[in-house]
Write a protein that binds this ligand. Structure first.
Ligand SMILES: NC(=O)c1ccc[n+]([C@@H]2O[C@H](COP(=O)([O-])OP(=O)(O)OC[C@H]3O[C@@H](n4cnc5c(N)ncnc54)[C@H](OP(=O)(O)O)[C@@H]3O)[C@@H](O)[C@H]2O)c1
Length: 248
């Protein structure tokens, strides 16, 4: 499982372990680099399904695109040599409409998986509850300026459960029919990112000011709902507020 130590990855590890699956955690911290290939062939020996929740660490589109292009190619090639039968990857809702930034890099991520030698299943997720804290951490000074753009935040644990369902679905993996929408998972409540950040800011003692998002990549289409779940999306709690109440 690639990206085992990340925000989403550690929940995927928990869900797999709770359901009794054997896991080979892959990240540079565990000695496996999916870009250079270090440790990859050894890690994939005997693996049936590859889960890919690895990610580039910042929003630069070009660097992120290069990361996902190389990572998907290496995972498929090493996976095929090792005899794996399926790759399941996390992506982002609305990436097909994005023109810039990290979200747009998911087009190459998805394309790399769907055109690779191994059958692949993709799950598109809404922004994670766990991502809101990062917006506060990125602030300069005492005040966090967060765009009032609509979102339908989802918990990493919820995404992990759906991803594991997809990875362990006994149906034989088929090449996706171009008419079938890619599965989506999102939270149950539409709100703005600024509203969620204000809830978190109140707990952390950080002032959050809502801004209109102009200057951000794709702010206009985001305001029009481009990154909200489609009608076929699965919606599952907890809401951001409920999730916050469970956090230490
Ligand atoms: N963040 C969101 O709100 C959001 C929303 C929807 C979908 N997604 C998607 O979910 C996925 C995971 O996102 P995340 O927020 O959980 O990411 P994250 O917290 O940044 O975790 C990234 C993971 O990738 C690993 N990694 C990075 N470079 C690597 C390399 N060269 N070789 C092996 N492992 C490497 C990291 O471990 P090491 O540093 O130890 O290598 C870490 O385990 C991404 O595909 C993202 O597009 C994210």
């Amino acid at each position: 499982m690639a990206g085992a130590t990340g925000r989403l990855g550690r929940h995927v590890v928990d869900v797999l372990a709770e359901r009794g699956y054997q896991i080979v955690p892959m990240s540079r911290a565990t000695g496996v680099d999916i870009i250079t290939g270090e440790g990859l062939a050894e890690a994939l020996t005997g693996v049936d399904v590859i889960l890919d929740v690895a990610a580039w660490h910042d929003s630069d589109q070009e660097a992120a695109t290069e990361f996902f292009r190389t990572a998907t190619r290496n995972l498929h090639e090493a996976g095929r040599s090792a005899g794996a039968g399926l790759v399941v990857a996390a992506s982002i809702i609305g990436n097909d409409k994005a023109t810039a930034g990290f979200v747009a890099s998911q087009q190459v991520h998805e394309e790399g998986h769907l055109s690779g030698p191994l059958p692949a299943r993709i799950l598109r997720a809404a922004q994670f509850h766990e991502f809101v804290g990062q917006l506060l951490d990125w602030r300069r000074g005492d005040v966090a300026h967060v765009p009032a753009l609509p979102t339908q935040l989802v918990a990493c644990r919820t995404v992990a459960e759906t991803l594991v369902d997809l990875a362990t679905d006994p149906e034989p993996p088929a090449r996706p029919d171009p008419g079938t929408p890619i599965p989506e998972i999102a939270g149950p409540r539409r709100e703005t990112m600024a509203e969620a950040a204000q809830l978190l800011g109140a707990r952390r003692g950080v002032k959050v000011v809502a801004v209109d998002g102009s200057g951000l990549p794709d702010a206009e289409i985001a305001a029009a709902g481009a990154f909200l779940p489609g009608p076929h999306a699965e919606l599952a709690g907890p809401t951001f507020r409920e999730w916050l109440d469970t956090q230490p």
